[in-house]
Ligand binder design. Structure first.
Ligand code: ATP
Ligand code: MG
Length: 138
């Protein structure tokens, strides 16, 4: 089934100049970009986006990292987009990610792990709406 998911190319990737390579990787894997923007998250936005993790010990560091530089949120479309993106991204910790995955190729630590991907279709819909009005999905 064709579905949509949300990715964010994270600040470590923009810092290292890996944006183009990651976009090319996603396109090669059959994702169609339906919306994209470059922005710097405010602290309020980063806290809200990762709200589910607010009780976790790494939450404040995660917010600091996600606001440390530009990010590229993108809505992506593909067959089974949510689960397939998780596969292409690799495990949260790049050291444990499978060979050839984006996090294995471009991530540097469990925190600075190159890219975000929605973890369920329900969250994908919420996360796409967080960044894009419906009229910007093309
Ligand atoms: P994302 O939600 O960004 O796609 P994920 O679903 O693989 O990543 P989550 O458990 O949702 O992993 O964690 C969200 C983000 O918080 C991670 O991508 C990473 O940047 C950071 N993070 C997760 N676990 C840790 C940890 N133990 N220490 C430091 N940062 C962490
Ligand atoms: Mg997650």
């Amino acid at each position: 089934m064709t579905e949509r998911t949300l990715t964010i190319i994270k600040p470590d990737s923009t810092e290292k100049g890996n944006v183009g390579a990651i976009v090319a990787h996603l396109e090669r894997e059959g994702f169609r970009i339906v919306a994209a923007r470059m922005m710097r998250l405010t602290e309020t936005q980063a806290r809200a986006f990762y709200e589910v993790h607010r009780e976790r010990p790494f939450y404040d560091d995660l917010v600091a990292y996600m606001t440390s530089g530009p990010v590229w949120p993108m809505a992506l479309e593909r067959e089974n987009a949510v689960s397939y993106l998780r596969e292409v991204m690799g495990a949260t910790n790049p050291a444990e990610a499978a060979e050839g995955t984006i996090r294995k190729l471009y991530g540097e630590s469990i925190e600075r792990n190159a890219i975000h991907g929605s973890d369920s279709p329900e969250n994908a819909a919420k996360e796409i709406a967080f960044f894009f009005p419906r009229t910007e999905l093309v």
